[in-house]
Design a protein around this ligand. Structure first.
Ligand SMILES: Cc1ncc(COP(=O)(O)O)c(C=O)c1O
Length: 392
């Protein structure tokens, strides 16, 4: 017996060595501080939990949901797009709900990629764009995001023959892991580029609401002509501290949204309606709640950046998102630096290589670590002289 190639081909879990080391340390009672995964430590707000309580008692919610989501959920999403981005969407055809954005992102390739087709994917990136492509039998063409370009994709870096044969282009701004942001002109350029090469544009907009100092992130759908070729993914995971509840949405071009709905309706039975009702409450949280939540992350961002600079790292404060992306000290690979932080200081960071080849030479720190743990982490790092890199 043999497992399917798509499973055999899954990249080795890069963090396996680090995960083992963390588990060993914790088993010995060592206090390990994690800046690893981006999973908000702050609880889901009360109005959202209240909606679950109410929704749980409705018998209609005890039955199978529709794959595309409750009409009320889709309307709340479209109302949000209008008030937030000025983008008019039809709830009946241009919005569906997802079991978290990850589910929709993973399944999207099944809508657009046939075996042997190419997907253009940023590097570094959230790994699911590549894995979804691989599961659909497609080939990923990575485009390095360069620091000198503010980690924006430079479309001139894509060879013309690749653009001609590719089917989709993935983007993600505000960006995980680099913290980069894109303006509307960038999305206009992306739409022009995709139209020129007959590409579907898939934009992951999961972090548009986690922003600092008045920065307002655009939606790709605001770009002229985007509705002809673009589908955008959104999530309440980070916006409203809801990673555990799995509420996401896909919006945009109706044929693209319909294709995803058809794929989903054949392999999942939608998101629990009571949880969709939580989603509606989350979408309608007042702006002052979002501002308060983002103020916590901003304080942490500044603390982490200051702490990293104190040990000689060149950290930059992002305008949005939950991550600090910083270069490793000279001579260190991302895995070696993550390892030395764990070995010497019991601190976990994510090696940049896990986000693609161009992530090498960086590590990522997540701001979803409680303030007192951040303080303790940087207390440990105060005055630390980074040892020379291992000799290979
Ligand atoms: C860029 C990006 N897209 C999508 C997701 C997944 O979001 P969700 O929790 O809605 O599945 C994440 C989660 O970390 C992410 O960083």
């Amino acid at each position: 017996m043999q497992l399917a190639k798509r499973v055999q081909q899954l990249p080795p879990y890069l963090f396996v060595g680090i995960s083992r080391a963390i588990a060993e340390k914790r088993a010995k009672g060592i206090d390990v501080i994690s800046f690893g995964i981006g999973d908000p430590d702050i609880p889901t707000p009360d109005p959202v939990l209240d909606a679950l309580e109410k929704g749980a008692h409705k018998p209609a919610n005890h039955r199978y949901p529709e794959s595309e989501g409750l009409p009320e959920f889709r309307k709340a999403v479209c109302d949000f797009y209008m008030r937030r981005f000025g983008v008019k969407l039809d709830p009946a055809t241009e919005a569906i709900n997802l079991i978290g954005a990850k589910e929709g992102i993973g399944h999207a390739a099944l809508c657009f990629i046939d075996p042997g087709d190419t997907a253009i994917v940023p590097d570094p990136a959230y790994p699911v764009y590549n894995i979804g492509t691989m599961f659909a039998g497609g080939i990923t063409h990575y485009v390095p995001l360069k620091e000198k370009n503010g980690f924006l994709m430079d479309f001139a870096d894509i060879p013309t023959d690749v653009a001609k044969r590719a089917k989709v282009l993935w983007l993600n701004y505000p960006n995980n892991p680099t913290g980069a942001v894109a303006n509307l002109e960038f999305f206009e350029e992306a739409v022009r580029y995709c139209k020129e090469f007959d590409l579907y544009l898939l934009h992951d907009a999961c972090y548009t609401e986690v922003t600092y100092e008045g920065y307002v992130a655009p939606s790709a759908l605001q770009a002229k002509g985007a509705m002809d070729i673009c589908m955008e993914f959104h999530s309440l995971s980070k916006t409203a501290n809801m990673t555990g509840w799995r509420v996401g949405m896909a919006v945009g071009n109706s044929a693209m949204v319909n294709a995803l709905m058809r794929v989903k309706s054949n392999i999942d039975s939608g998101l629990s309606q009571a949880i969709q009702e939580m989603g509606i409450a989350a979408i309608n949280l007042p702006q002052r709640w979002l501002d308060g939540n983002n103020a916590i992350y901003r304080r942490r961002r500044d603390r982490v950046v200051r702490g990293l600079r104190d040990i000689g790292l060149d950290a930059v404060a992002p305008k949005a998102g939950l991550y600090i992306w910083t270069k490793t000290p000279p001579g260190y690979t991302s895995a070696d630096f993550a390892r030395v932080l764990l070995d010497e200081k019991d601190i976990v960071v994510t090696p940049g290589r896990g986000y693609g080849p161009a992530g090498e030479g960086y590590v990522r720190l997540s701001l979803t670590t409680p303030d007192e743990r951040i303080e303790e982490g940087f207390r440990r790092l105060k005055g630390w002289i980074v040892p020379p890199p291992p000799i290979k």
